[in-house]
Design a protein around this ligand. Structure first.
Ligand SMILES: N[C@@]1(C(=O)O)CN(C[C@@H]2CCCCN2)C[C@@H]1CCC[B-](O)(O)O
Ligand SMILES: [Mn+2]
Ligand SMILES: [Mn+2]
Ligand SMILES: [Mn+2]
Length: 305
């Protein structure tokens, strides 16, 4: 596997400081060395630098739109470059608003994508449905063709081109979905494996069905967007919006092992690691180590050896 790593130390898609420390924490836990030790070629492209945006007043209830738009435009260019260099791209967040730039830059290089979104949350609020105005709860709405009539003009967002079809999306791990998000998921007929389905089917069947569903049509490169809060807070407490009843460590790893064996993984996001949300060093290291192990599973690490 040839891996290109981008750090995106960005937090303005949500209100809590600390998530911008995620990239360097994940590196400090040995991600590059561990990927090399398992046979990957790894190039670390460093961290994207983001511009300071003054007077970034809310538009409607959308918070810090100018900073989020600008950051994602820069991230998009960085991801596009990594893909043009021929690597599988690993974007280390930072909050989940960064999926806007990550998926946009990926689509610029690869055209048709399938998106596997692993998260406690659907992150599919539009600016008009969001209960918080935090853009980390909205990234998918800016990217999906079928939702564009619902997206108002926002400063620094005009560069975004919708690039994902509803039929090419699979959610895994949902357990905290807003009513309006649920309506959107139903309206668009988006494939969802909530924690109920994970319990009912078991993770192996969920992944089998996910891959059958994605591959039922023409095989598209996979964009795996992994929010660390998909895992149960007993494993990954150091995150902005923890929700009980999450994926076990084993289920989380099984997802990445299974996606890896498709041979279609083309980009990965690993977001929402926030050390300031861990109450002890152990909580922080458990969260960071889980993020590292999930990424290793994407690139051939098998528990059998
Ligand atoms: N849907 C949300 C949004 O703010 O839009 C509301 N939710 C918090 C709210 C707390 C009270 C019970 C219902 N949920 C967080 C989520 C965004 C998570 C972003 B992610 O990147 O962490 O997934
Ligand atoms: Mn989440
Ligand atoms: Mn998320
Ligand atoms: Mn979050």
């Amino acid at each position: 596997y040839s891996v290109g790593i981008i750090g995106a130390p960005f937090s303005k898609g949500q209100p809590r400081d600390g998530v911008e420390k995620g990239p360097d924490l994940i590196r400090a836990a040995g991600l590059v060395e561990k990927l090399k030790a398992q046979g990957c070629a790894v190039k670390d492209y460093g961290n994207v630098t983001f511009e300071e945006v003054a007077n970034d007043e809310p538009i409607g209830n959308v918070k810090r739109p100018r900073a989020v738009g600008s950051a994602n435009q820069r991230l998009s260019a960085a991801v596009h470059a990594v893909k043009n260099d021929g690597h599988t791209c690993v974007m280390l967040g930072g909050d989940h608003s960064l999926a806007i730039g990550s998926i946009q830059g990926h689509a610029a290089a690869k055209k048709d994508l399938s998106v596997v979104w692993v998260d406690a949350h659907a992150d599919i609020n539009t600016p008009l449905t969001s209960p918080t105005g935090n853009i980390h709860g909205q990234p998918m709405s800016y990217l999906i063709h079928e939702l564009q009539s619902k997206i108002p003009v926002l400063p620094n967002f005009s560069w975004i081109k919708p690039c994902v079809s509803a039929k090419d999306i699979v959610y895994i791990g949902l357990r905290d979905v807003d009513p309006e998000e649920h309506h959107i998921l139903k309206l668009l007929g988006i494939k969802v494996y909530s924690m109920t389905e994970v319990d009912r089917l078991g993770i192996a069947k969920v992944m089998e069905e996910t891959c059958d569903y994605i591959f039922s049509k023409v095989k598209k490169p996979i964009h795996l967007s992994y929010d660390i809060d998909a895992l149960d807070p007993s494993i990954s407490p150091a995150t902005g919006t923890p929700v009980v009843g999450g994926l076990t460590y084993r289920e989380g790893i099984y997802i990445t092992e299974h996606i890896c064996q498709t041979g279609l993984l083309s980009a990965v996001d690993m977001v929402e690691v926030n050390p300031e949300r861990g109450r002890t060093d152990d909580e922080i290291s458990s969260t960071v180590n889980a993020a590292v192990d999930l990424i290793r599973g994407c690139f051939g690490k098998l528990r059998e050896g």
